[in-house]
Ligand binder design. Structure first.
Ligand code: GLN
Length: 267
């Protein structure tokens, strides 16, 4: 029995958008072609692959790892189990940096992962100078591939937070660090992603404390620090910022109206 594309487009086993991403992956069609050419008859191999991949999605494997990419700020970023999968909330972090960055500002992205923050900043604002660090070599390789694929000029440095940066200073420091508490039940649902990108294996605030504590050595006067954090960490993070001498400290809420990003200015 031949199976038409429209039969698979109409399925209701997995999320509709996920299903389309899978079918695009399997057929190699564009989104527009996928919908316009729905009387396409799938090959036997395509049907088998489809059922295998649907099964993997149903088993909880993130779709982004199955197809090998995730969309962020309308661009495709390669992701592997060495990188966290970019989240829509992090687009808000990018927007905050874009709003704060003066012409030709120097920006540091700590724990860059897929480099979705660094690359998006550079492509949205080619005048910025972006340095991005990560402590894992395998992750930096993916970051560099994304920068090459998307033609973004970024300086990548292998560094455990600020450890390899010497005395370099920046106008803006941005980070989406691991902030999930070690015993948070959400971690089990995120078992496919690199745990070191999700949790500090402690109270969820230890990386944020370190990033904030050393920020004064790497921020130029009146520079901005912007950190993404958990929905319930706003108060603690504001306190860490203020205790470390940052001014104009505020927390910004995400699309779900949850406290998500805290920002502050250096002296
Ligand atoms: N926002 C991610 C989540 O809750 C966590 C990302 C992070 O720890 N930086 O799934």
């Amino acid at each position: 029995m031949s199976l038409f594309l429209r039969d698979l487009l109409r399925q209701n086993i997995i999320d509709r958008t996920d299903n389309r991403v899978l079918l695009i992956h399997i057929t190699g069609f564009s989104h527009a072609r996928l919908l316009a050419y729905d009387d396409y008859v799938l090959t036997q191999l395509q049907v088998e692959t489809y059922h295998q991949l649907v099964q993997r999605v149903q088993n909880g494997e993130p779709l982004a790892y199955i197809v090998g990419y995730k969309e962020f700020y309308s661009r495709q970023f390669k992701v592997t189990p060495d990188t966290l999968i970019p989240r829509p909330e992090t687009e808000l972090l990018v927007e905050q940096v874009l709003a704060k960055a003066q012409h030709a500002a120097k920006v540091l992205d700590l724990g860059t992962g897929s480099a979705c923050i660094a690359i998006t900043l550079k492509l949205e604002r080619p005048d910025l100078f972006i340095t991005a660090v990560d402590k894992f070599a395998d992750t930096l390789q993916i970051a560099q591939q994304n920068a090459d694929n998307l033609h973004a000029e970024i300086e990548f440095i292998s560094s455990d937070w600020y450890s390899s940066l010497g005395k370099q200073q920046f106008d803006i420091i941005v980070s989406n660090p691991p902030y999930i508490e070690a015993n948070d039940e959400h971690l089990t649902a995120l078992s496919y992603e690199p745990q070191s990108a999700l949790t500090d294996f402690s109270d969820g605030l230890s990386c944020i404390r370190e990033i904030v504590r050393l920020s004064h050595e790497h921020l130029l006067p009146n520079g901005w620090l912007l950190i993404e954090h958990g929905y319930d960490q706003g108060e603690s993070v504001r306190e860490i910022f203020t205790k470390n001498g940052l001014n104009n400290v505020v927390t910004i809420r995400d699309y779900a109206d949850l406290e998500r990003i805290t920002i502050g200015m250096s002296n």
